[in-house]
Design a protein around this ligand. Structure first.
Ligand SMILES: Nc1ncnc2c1ncn2[C@@H]1O[C@H](COP(=O)(O)OP(=O)(O)OP(=O)(O)O)[C@@H](O)[C@H]1O
Length: 345
């Protein structure tokens, strides 16, 4: 189902949580919404679900207006599935009953799904790998298993749009990666449109077809994971998504010279105009390399964080912290004086 948000605004008293959001979620698309705490991600999801009414603007689903400031369809009249951070399973229902519930009670269930509801429950439990736990109660499940049930339940009635709000954030790191893969596989199989809110940029980069970066109630940038990562349009996106170092200096065409080392010239093509205008180069930690040249960013190693395959280093360059990644074979020590340059781009 195609969903469109047109100039959506949301006011809570005097506070404007959303300031004019324009976004299209194409049929079958996986859209991740990322941004710092309080930027309006959950509010946007709640508007899509029908738990909130916009103060202005329109939401269209299949070209029909489902929400405007004067009228909004309630959640049960929208063909959507929901998965939240907390598992929100009904404590008195077995796993298979949780997954059956939408098939019995949702108004959009296709007749063939309703007719073969037992088979549909089995299919969904298979997809999330829980067939062997169909008769368990929620209290007898681990966190990861509960969230799988919540996903199976949200998808059993085959909604046209699945809304997920930080669905993996209460799970440990290993389970998060495991379920992330599963959600991707389910999406490939089922092809429902998904809007997925997350704090975790790596989750968004790994899973989404399209990433929406929000800040202060507005969209900063919309793009594919590659576009957002390699071609950030603003300083905010560069530092939020790829933890880029925002190095000050001057541009000459596609060449950049850091202000702490004007004789250095880095070839840095395809950077957004906004960086050229503000005299900033967004350099990601993995683009910087230790260099034997006298030119470059010169500074003192302040901290070293061993991360298994690599070491994450912080260098003080003229009072500013610069982050870079180096191999574990580089026997750097805190206090070493180093020179850094941008590597091949
Ligand atoms: N019902 C409400 N009444 C008043 N203010 C609200 C209400 N709901 C949200 N807000 C405010 O709107 C802003 C956006 O909130 P929202 O929950 O959408 O942010 P978020 O990006 O999802 O944040 P987080 O990542 O911390 O969950 C916040 O400043 C929040 O305090």
């Amino acid at each position: 189902m195609k969903t469109e948000l047109i100039e959506i605004k949301k006011q809570f008293g005097t506070f404007q949580a959303l300031k004019g959001i324009n976004l299209t979620i194409e049929d079958g698309e996986f859209v991740a919404i990322v941004g710092p705490s309080g930027c309006g991600k959950t509010t946007l999801l709640r508007l899509l679900a029908g738990f909130e009414t916009p103060s202005d603007g329109q939401i269209l689903m299949q070209q029909e207006i489902v929400a405007s400031k004067t009228n909004a369809l309630p959640p049960e009249k929208r063909n959507i599935g929901l998965v939240f951070q907390s598992f929100a399973l009904w404590p008195h229902m077995k796993v298979k009953e949780q997954v059956m519930f939408p098939l019995k009670h949702h108004r959009f269930v296709r007749p063939e799904l309703k007719k073969n509801s037992e088979a549909r429950v089995t299919e969904m439990l298979n997809i999330v790998g829980l067939s062997h736990l169909a008769d368990r109660m929620p209290s007898e499940l681990s966190g990861g298993q509960k969230q799988r049930v919540a996903i199976a339940r949200a998808l059993s009635a085959s909604p046209s749009l699945l809304l997920m709000d930080e669905p993996l954030s209460s799970l440990d790191a290993k389970l998060r990666v495991e379920l992330r893969n599963e959600i991707q596989l389910i999406h490939q199989k089922i092809k429902t449109s998904i809007v997925y809110v997350t704090h975790d940029q790596s989750e968004a980069l790994a899973m989404a077809d399209k990433i929406v970066v929000m800040k202060d109630g507005l969209i900063e940038q919309i793009g594919t994971p590659e576009e957002i990562y390699f071609y950030p349009q603003t300083e905010f996106v560069a530092s939020f998504i790829s933890k880029a170092n925002l190095i000050e200096g001057s541009w000459n065409g596609d060449y950049f010279s850091p202000s702490t080392s004007p004789s250095t010239r880095w070839y840095y093509p395809n950077v957004a105009d906004s960086f050229k205008q503000s005299g900033v180069c967004p350099v990601r930690p993995e683009q910087l390399q230790l260099s034997k040249d006298s030119d470059g960013l010169c500074g003192e190693v302040k901290n070293l964080l061993f991360q298994g395959r690599e070491v994450s280093c912080i260098v003080n360059v003229n009072g500013k912290e610069i982050h870079f990644i180096t191999g574990i074979h580089n026997s750097l020590k805190i206090g070493d004086h180093v020179t850094l340059n941008v590597t091949n781009l």
